[in-house]
Design a protein around this ligand. Structure first.
Ligand SMILES: [Zn+2]
Ligand SMILES: [Zn+2]
Length: 834
């Protein structure tokens, strides 16, 4: 118990309620419940030995919803687990000689303890860890399912290699040419690697965005759409002059075909060696390719970079006009786009234009603006890239770009020189890694049978103990260093064979973890479809947008594949995605200046979560983080802000001192005096506003409303009034999702035996609230732009806040500075903008 009425002893109170929740199984989710289900999920966290308060934001957002939805009568599944494979554990092992498994389990224990002390309510019976054999057995099982369907394959191809991490990376893990993890510029290497054929699902991944569009942040939809990057066009075949070779080139602008004056190949193009065999240019071309391949993608493709190339000594024939065009190798052409060969149309493509001018290649304009003349080659200072009308294009002259493309798509197959084609920016997902701390790839290489899958009943393929393996990064998997792991017998012929030495990327682990939570202890199958179909899809997903084109895309791909296999019902795993903002904090610079930057240990501005909670209490941290700004926006953590949250909670606590006995669940509204009626109305108005904003995840405004409400209660004279006790009752309920420990303590003192979270969320008195509302007309610079319903007597700021939420009003306010607000009470607000 707290020491006295006057004293709120947060550490004691909080610990006691955390134990109560655990003992009574408050957050255990039950498939047999008659209640409607609500699956609430925060993104799979990496277990950290030192969580800071910035990490806590998405857990707190999730937990506010968790508690609110429970009170609203939902059976809430709110699970947690650990994305616990990956490089940090392995690097710790290399640098400090610690076992990755032990290091990881210690971090899990620390993370778990911090989340428990923060009072975040999870169903701990469902806790999972990707690095444990009872989980990665099923990751391997899923690999084999994909393999069976031809969707997991090994191929020699260009791969992104990070010299820092000493492993290959998926395209999604290369951000602006550097490694997403360590910022080292990524190199391209030709290597044999494992891929998942995500491109087989490209169209569905694109089309099904329509199913989630309404409930995802728009920029995440755009990122995925652009990453998949579907473009329609043609593949045109250019035969090489003098040898039996040809190049297939993808273009979205077949209408510019008569303007092709050269062809450019990527330096990695596999046909280059045979193309230059026996030519005088051979040495020069080879050395150019060697150098270009070692440049980073950014250096090769950025607009500022000088384009470089070399003539191969061969020519190709334009199939439309029969003209011979020189074949060049150019560094700005990437093997990952199209087929690694592009047709150079300098008059109508800016990069081709710069390249042509540099090397004296002709520029032949063939498209004129719809309302203008065809440019003259000598006068062109840049390419004309717009659509227009075809000229100097044989039988196609005079057609518009659209007409021309349609005609060419028809004529290509007939003439045998081209066919309609679709190109994607998305490539197959490279999933093998040359590192130790990941799930081994369950494939055996047999000299007689080739690649043979490990039989299902022999899973998991266990990682060998760390003392057997040499971790030192050496561009090959550490597992290859341990013959006891590698050497095995072939499941097909029984002869000697070798295990695959690579492990899978951690993004494979996080592509299906949300399904495992539905049936976490199943040891016969990855899940029982009935259980998965009960809980899925996730009703609210909370996480950062840094995973928009990696995890969010991979998980959608897995879900669709599993639906095709009949293992799940839904084709989209996360129809509702909320993207939380970051937590920033002050960084002191060497020169004495300060700036606000995203909280991180390396910047020295991280506030460790465990010690903060031990000193100030979890409710203070929760309240401050949810109050400091809209959850979707970045927020700033300041000591003053945290102190403010602590002061306010103390103020709430004092309000109940001496008044606990007055708390009452109901009043007879008809018998209230005029001032009591006002308080009754304020109570329901607060309840309505908090309810509405909880539904919209506007937690910061919920707390602002509660602050106003508490002020009104302090100002209210008659603390003995039933309306006052009634208001206190509702304050406990509405406070509960945000400061759950204090709310429980108050609830208990009122005389309840069970958790406030097993009680219902109160319904507001609709009639009373509606009767007390007025409609205020909103003008922006004197023109009517909307109408909002607000409580009678609302202040200028309150009406403005409501108006700013109106989509139409918001449009007229966007990007403008509010100079003045003029309120005619309960009737009109004119906003004067500059
Ligand atoms: Zn790296
Ligand atoms: Zn064999």
């Amino acid at each position: 118990m707290a020491k006295s009425d006057d004293d709120y002893d947060a550490p004691t109170v909080e610990r006691r309620w955390q134990e109560f929740w655990e003992k009574t199984g408050l957050f255990e989710a039950d498939e047999d419940s008659p209640k409607p289900k609500f699956y609430l999920l925060e993104m799979f966290p990496y277990p950290s030995g030192d969580l800071h308060v910035g990490h806590m934001k998405n857990y707190f957002i999730g937990d506010v919803l968790n508690r609110y939805k429970r009170m609203r009568g939902y059976e809430v599944l709110h699970p947690i687990g650990w994305d616990s494979f990956g490089l940090p554990a392995e690097n710790a092992a290399i640098q400090r000689g610690i076992s990755p498994a032990k290091w990881t389990e210690e971090n899990i224990a620390t993370s778990r303890a911090t989340l428990k002390h923060a009072g975040v309510g999870y169903d701990w019976r469902r806790e999972i860890a990707a690095c444990r054999p009872d989980y990665y057995k099923w990751t391997q099982w899923l690999f084999l399912k994909l393999y069976e369907r031809g969707l997991a394959y090994r191929a020699l191809g260009p791969a992104n290699f990070c010299p820092g991490c000493k492993t290959v990376l998926a395209n999604e893990q290369v951000v602006d040419g550097v490694c997403y993890r360590c910022d080292t510029p990524v190199e391209r290497r030709h290597l044999e690697q494992w891929y998942f054929k995500i491109t087989a699902y490209a169209d569905r991944l694109l089309d099904d965005l329509a199913l989630v569009e309404e409930h995802w942040p728009r920029h995440v939809i755009t990122l995925q759409r652009n990453w998949i990057g579907r473009s329609e066009g043609m593949t045109v075949r250019f035969p090489v002059v003098g040898v039996a070779q040809h190049f297939d080139v993808f273009t979205t602008r077949a209408d510019t075909l008569y303007g092709v004056t050269f062809m450019a190949l990527a330096p990695e193009h596999p046909a280059i060696p045979s193309l230059i065999t026996g030519l005088a240019t051979k040495d020069e071309v080879e050395s150019f390719c060697r150098e270009a391949v070692n440049k980073t993608e950014v250096d090769r493709t950025s607009a500022a970079a000088e384009k470089a190339g070399v003539f191969t000594g061969r020519s190709a024939r334009n199939p439309l006009n029969g003209k011979e065009i020189p074949i060049w190798v150019a560094d700005y052409v990437l093997i990952s786009y199209g087929e690694g060969a592009v047709m150079g149309v300098p008059a109508h493509d800016q990069r081709d234009f710069l390249f042509a001018r540099k090397y004296g290649i002709p520029v032949v304009p063939v498209i004129r603006p719809a309302d203008g003349d065809l440019a003259r080659e000598n006068e062109m200072t840049e390419a004309f890239q717009d659509y227009g009308v075809m000229e100097n294009s044989g039988p196609y002259s005079g057609l518009t770009t659209e007409e021309g493309n349609a005609r060419l798509v028809d004529d290509g197959p007939r003439g045998g020189w081209g066919r309609p084609a679709v190109n994607y920016h998305l490539h197959d997902w490279l999933i093998s890694r040359q590192r130790y701390w990941g799930p081994p790839i369950p494939i055996i290489h047999c000299p007689r049978c080739g690649d043979v899958p490990v039989p299902y009943d022999e899973l998991p393929v266990l990682l060998p103990a760390e003392d057997k393996v040499d971790f030192t990064p050496a561009e090959r998997s550490p597992l290859a260093s341990y013959r006891g792991f590698i050497e095995t017998t072939c499941p097909a012929c029984g002869g000697p064979a070798e295990r695959d030495a690579d492990t899978m990327d951690t993004y494979v682990d996080s592509s299906w973890y949300f399904l495992r939570y539905c049936d976490a202890r199943n040891d016969k199958a990855p899940w029982d479809p009935a259980r998965v179909n009960f809980w899925m899809p996730v009703d609210q997903y909370v996480g950062g947008d840094e995973h928009a084109v990696s995890h969010m895309l991979y998980a959608r791909f897995f879900q669709k594949f599993l639906a095709d296999e009949g293992l799940v019902r839904d084709i989209e795993p996360f129809p509702y995605f909320f993207n939380q903002g970051m937590v920033k904090a002050r960084v002191e610079k060497a020169d004495g200046s300060t700036s606000m930057e995203v909280m991180s240990k390396s910047k020295g501005n991280a506030v460790a979560a465990g010690p903060f909670i031990a000193e100030h209490g979890a409710d203070v941290a929760r309240l401050f983080i949810t109050f400091a700004g809209p959850p979707g926006k970045d927020m700033e953590w300041t000591d003053e802000g945290a102190e403010g949250a602590a002061r306010w909670l103390a103020r709430v606590w004092r309000l109940f001192n001496g008044n606990i006995a007055a708390v009452r669940e109901s009043v007879d509204a008809a018998s209230l005096s005029a001032s009591e009626k006002d308080l009754y109305l304020a109570t329901h108005h607060t309840l309505k506003r908090v309810t509405d904003d909880l539904e919209r995840l506007h937690f910061n405004t919920c707390i602002a409303f509660l602050m106003d409400f508490v002020n009104a209660l302090y100002a209210y004279d008659d603390k003995k009034s039933p309306a006052f006790g009634y208001a206190l009752y509702h304050l406990i309920k509405t406070l509960a999702p945000f400061a759950p420990h204090m709310a429980e303590e108050l609830w208990r003192r009122v005389g309840h035996d069970d958790s406030v979270f097993r009680d219902k969320w109160e319904e507001y008195d609709d009639e009373a609230v509606a009767a007390a509302q007025v409609t205020v007309v909103i003008q922006v610079n004197g023109k009517v732009r909307g109408r909002v319903d607000v409580e009678a007597g609302s202040s200028e700021d309150e009406v403005f806040a409501a108006a700013a939420e109106d989509a139409n009003v918001a449009r007229y306010l966007e990007g403008k500075k509010v100079a003045k607000k003029i309120l005619v009470a309960d009737k009109l607000l004119n906003v004067v903008c500059k």
